[in-house]
Design a binder for this molecule. Sequence first.
Ligand code: PMP
Length: 407
Amino acid sequence: REELDVYSIRKQFPVLSREVKGKPLVYLDNAATTQKPQVVIDALVDYYSNYNANIHRGIHTLAEEATASFESTRDAVTRFINAPSREQIIFTRGATESINLVAYTWGRQNIKAGDEIIISAMEHHSNIVPWQMLCEEKGAVLKVIPFNGAGELRMDVFEELISPKTKLVSIVHVSNSLGTVNPVKDIIEKAHQAGAIVVVDGAQSTVHLDIDVQAMDCDFFVFSGHKLYGPTGTGVLYGKQHLLESMPPFLGGGEMIKEVSFEKTTYNDLPYKFEAGTPNIADVVALKTAFEFINGVGKQKIREHENALLIYATKQLEMIPQLKIIGQAKEKVSVISFVLDNIHPQDAGILLDNSGIAVRTGHHCTQPCMNIFGIPGTIRASFAVYNTKEEIDILVKGLHKAIKMLS
Ligand code: PMP
């Protein structure tokens, strides 16, 4: 089968040809945010150059063009995650806002004292704190699914935790600090049997895996556009229709209303009920081209390429005696966290940057997860469609140099 032409893909990402500290940039911080292809950058420039206008309300040509473009991204998202209808796609600023939206609306309407919410020990802070705040306010209880030494969820413990008291389970699809792919379908099935609803945090999965929210049967699915080659400030909340309809609005303001009087306001239909105010029009418009980019390359091809990088990098890194990989789940995406004997991740990160290599160091907004491993943080290399084996070799060389200098 035809392989992905990584060099022609690299040419589509202008930033990849820059230098850092006099060395060619090796960008391995894709789990934090991916770089943007020229089509996405062009879409932003095109929007501001040619049809910038506020959407939905205007009847003039520019407003109509901007509205059509904004709404066609909603159609692209609908197809990308196989949602049953476009009304179920709510635009937010990111995964964080999407989770908070659910916690503030569904959560505050449905969670009572004594109810239980289950998350996992590998959640990003954005899928911990909103539920903690909700539990504190309502007198509900937050339960946590632990993971094993490989960084895989203890499904046996999950089955013990889940009970008729469980009202909501919110789980990360793919861990940003360990790369673990969680068995969300199984979790959703068991949660539903207990009468709980499930939020899936797809911030890391949507760029790597095929997402089918109907097959998954999740109640809510969230992700951020900037992690899938799209602009920052774009996020999506997908929800089941009956849940979205039953929920009160999140923010009040323009666009989310049908009629306003001082006596009573009636709310707009989905999805506009949850999109108060002027949205992030330009970035949402450009987000569509990110989906087109991914679809154009082909998700299957991307996955095979990234998986080959994961296997190669794992093998190369394992040969460094002072290095230990954190998180070795059987099912992983192209994210590798590791620590070096007696070297602080930050020190290694600074030295790598001197060689033009961008990695992430620290707790990756998963402090509880790091605490379980008994470490303050890791060095994380995460690969995207445009990374190459040569870049992994440069990383390995850089690590050898760092170890030599720091130990
Ligand atoms: N969940 C996970 C697993 C993430 O990796 C991130 C981003 N690091 C988020 C949620 C939050 O995404 P954002 O900061 O784009 O809202």
